[in-house]
Design a protein around this ligand. Structure first.
Ligand SMILES: *[C@@H]1O[C@H](CO)[C@@H](O)[C@H](O)[C@H]1NC(C)=O
Ligand SMILES: *[C@@H]1O[C@H](CO)[C@@H](O)[C@H](O)[C@H]1NC(C)=O
Length: 278
């Protein structure tokens, strides 16, 4: 399993735009939407995802990290109140830029809000040593330095207090790779319908690595799911946040290798307590 492997992408995006290739390059496994990986004819063909209706996922946030390559998209996140975001713990950096109200990453469309964040609350049970390949409790709260201005394009999403059952239809969204293993990143937010898979199948896909606080979602037959760059982003079921993208295998969306999510219903108490204390 190559979850959230820290490595650079070797392939450049074919999208237009001067700095897009470096800008969108990122080092984390998991992003959105994929293809029939493994079939050579389909190497760069994207299937399964489509552009979300602009601002139809008003809780979606993009996390950017400035390094040598400015404004690298690192992860997704979900606005859960006007002051807090929920994302994956492996997305933590010394600081991050948060974009809300975003759709097309390189166009100013009006509702965008930008925050520089430094207050991170990774789950205390998360193993900070990423080399340990320990995927437990890959969940983190981020506190915004000021309240987000809520409006049609910026709205929090309720967290799911009850656990969703296998077979439930859910929606994922993100700016993660739309093809794999030759990655291509979209400029606009992508959406896809996927299902919650049986825990038994999840354990079969990743033996010994799946805890009760994780869930697998995608299509068992492959072809649709999260991929690099989608980490930390939302899995929305019955109108509430049921999962946070944690990882998966590469290439993304192969048959029987669904993406893995932190199951939000198991963290409700920790989320509430943290939000109340700070
Ligand atoms: C969100 O949660 C609140 C409080 O639990 C509830 O009143 C509200 O109806 C929920 N909103 C949605 C869209 O489910
Ligand atoms: C997801 O499914 C719903 C209901 O079937 C449909 O209205 C929506 O367009 C689908 N979204 C995507 C991105 O395929």
């Amino acid at each position: 399993m190559a979850w959230r492997a820290i490595k650079k992408q070797g392939h450049q995006s074919q999208m237009p735009g001067p700095r897009r290739p470096e800008v969108m390059q990122l080092g984390f496994v998991c992003a959105l939407l994929s293809l029939l990986a493994g079939n050579s004819w389909a190497d760069t063909r994207t299937i399964g995802a489509r552009e979300c209706h602009p601002n139809s996922q008003p809780w979606q946030a993009g996390l950017f990290y400035v390094t040598r390559n400015p404004y690298r998209l690192l992860c997704g996140a979900t606005l859960v109140s006007d002051r807090w975001l929920l994302t994956a713990a492996h997305c933590q950096r010394p600081y991050l830029w948060v974009r809300l109200g975003e759709h097309h990453l390189w166009k100013w469309e009006g509702p965008e809000q930008l925050f520089r964040v430094t207050e991170f609350f990774p789950h205390p049970g998360f193993n900070q040593d990423l080399r340990a390949q320990d995927h437990n409790n890959d969940i983190m709260l981020i506190r915004l330095p000021r309240k987000a201005r809520l409006g049609p394009a910026v709205q929090p999403l309720n967290i799911s207090e009850t656990c969703v059952s296998p077979g439930t239809q859910c929606l994922i969204s993100g700016w993660g790779a739309v093809s794999s293993p030759i990655v291509e990143y979209p400029l606009t937010l992508q959406c896809a319908n996927i299902s919650i898979l049986e825990p038994r199948r999840c354990r079969l896909a990743y033996p010994g690595q799946i805890s009760k606080r994780m869930l697998c979602a995608g299509l068992w037959e492959g072809g649709r799911g999260s991929c690099q760059g989608d980490s930390g982003g939302p899995l929305v079921c019955h109108g509430a946040l049921a999962g946070v993208v944690s990882g998966g295998s590469e290439p993304c969306s192969r048959p029987r290798r669904p993406a893995v999510y932190s199951s939000v219903c198991h963290y409700v108490r920790w989320i509430r307590k943290t939000m109340e204390e700070y």
